[in-house]
Design a protein around this ligand. Sequence first.
Ligand code: PMP
Length: 434
Amino acid sequence: MSSIQYTQSATLLERAKKVLAGGVSSEFRKYNHPHAIFYTHGKGSRVYDADGNEYLDFTLSQGPLILGHSHPRVLEAVQEYSAQAQLFAGQHIKEIELAETLNRLIPSAELLRFCLDGSEAVQTAFRVARAKTGRQKFLRFEGHYHGWMDNVCWGISAPSAEALGNREEPSVYPWTEGLPEHSKDEFIILPWNDPELLKQTLAVRHHEIAAVITEPVMCNSGCIQPEAGFLQTLRQLCDDYGIALIFDEVITGFRLSLGGAQQYFGITPDLAVFAKAFASGYPISAIVGRKEWMDVIANARVIHAGTMNTSNATVAAALATIQVLEEEQPYERMFAHGRRLMDGLQRAAVQTGHHVLLQGPGPMFHIAFTDMKKATDYRDVLSFDKAKLGRFIAGMHDRGIRVIGRGLWYISAAHTEEDIDHAVHTAAAVMGSM
Ligand code: PMP
C-alpha cells in the first residue's frame, strides 16, 4: 500500500464540522476517500491537497474544468473584467457577446437567459414549459439527475432495481427528508431508453404533460448513451403532442461538442440547460430555447430573476473558456484520450481477472464492476458492485489519481497521453491488489 497521508485534511474536517454542517458545502463532497478532502491549488490536469498530495484529476471538479485547472486565459479574462466592476445587477456588453456566442453555437439557443447553476436553470425550463402549454406535469426518467430542488429529488435513489417495481408505474423514493409530499405529484417517471413505454404513456397522459426532460446521455447513473432512435422518438412524440422537449445539457454541454449533445446527436430540443463546462468553474448557467418557447420569458409571462446573474467574473470566464475551446478544438483529442483510457482500463481488468463494464462517449465515461455486457437504464446500474468500485476508487486515490466516487471519469483538454497511460498503469496495479 502507498504511504499517502490525509492527516491535514482530517484535522481540517474536524475544524470545519464545528461551523459547516457536516463539514462541507455540498453533500457530494463528503463522499471522497477516505473522507472530505481539503484542496489548496490546481494547475492543468493536477490538483493538490492540504497534505501536499498531488492528484491527476479526472473529476474536473464534477465536470466544469474542461480546460483543466487554472487556465491562464480564463484567469486573465476574469481578472481584467472584474477589475472594471464585479456586479452591475444591470446589463453589460459582454453578456450580449456571450449570448451571441451561445446563439451561434447551440442549435436550440434562439433566445436565452443566464442563471447561476444547473438546478436553477432546470426549474426555469419547467416554468416556461408549464406557462406555454398550460399543463402541470413533467415527465422524467429514472436515474437522471436534474439538480437538488424538491420536484427532481425523487427517482435518483432506490434500495434495489426490484424495489422500483413495474416499468409502467415505477415506485419512486425520496433522495432526502424534508420534501413536500406534493412534489411527487409534479412528475411522471419512467425507465429510460424504452421508446415503446414512452409512446404508451404519452398516448394516454399527454394532456397532463408540459415537458419531457432528459439527460441526452445519462451521466449521473453510469454513463449510458441513448439507444439508436430513442432521442428521435422523443423529439417526434413531443412534436406530436405539443410537449416541450428539454435537454439537460449540464454535463453534455460543451463536453460532447461546442453545440452540446443536441449538435452531437443532431436532435434539437425546444429548451436546454447548460452549466458546468462553459465557464471553467465560475457560477453561471443558461436556459436556452426556441423563440416560440422562450418568448414567455421575453414578454414577462414567466418571471426569471437573480441578483447575482451575469456577474463580471462569470461572464468573462465563460467567454474565455469558449474562445479557447473554439481556437483549440480539443474535442477529437478528448474523445481519443477517453477511448484510450477506457480501452486501457478494460485491458487492466482482463489482465487482473476482474469484470468491468466501460460505457460512455469518451470525454466522459463510467467504469462499473459487473458481469453485464451493457447497461441501458438505471435499473441495470443498480446491480453494479458498488463496494468493489469503492475499493477501486480508494486505491486510485491512494496512488494519486482522483476519480468521482460513483465511477464517472471526465477528460479535459489539459490531459495528455502520458496522463492517460499513467492512469491505466495505476489502475492495473490497483486492480491487481484487489
Ligand atoms: N443536471 C445535471 C445533468 C447535472 O449533472 C447537475 C449537476 N451534477 C445538475 C443538473 C445540477 O446542476 P448544479 O449542481 O449546477 O445545480
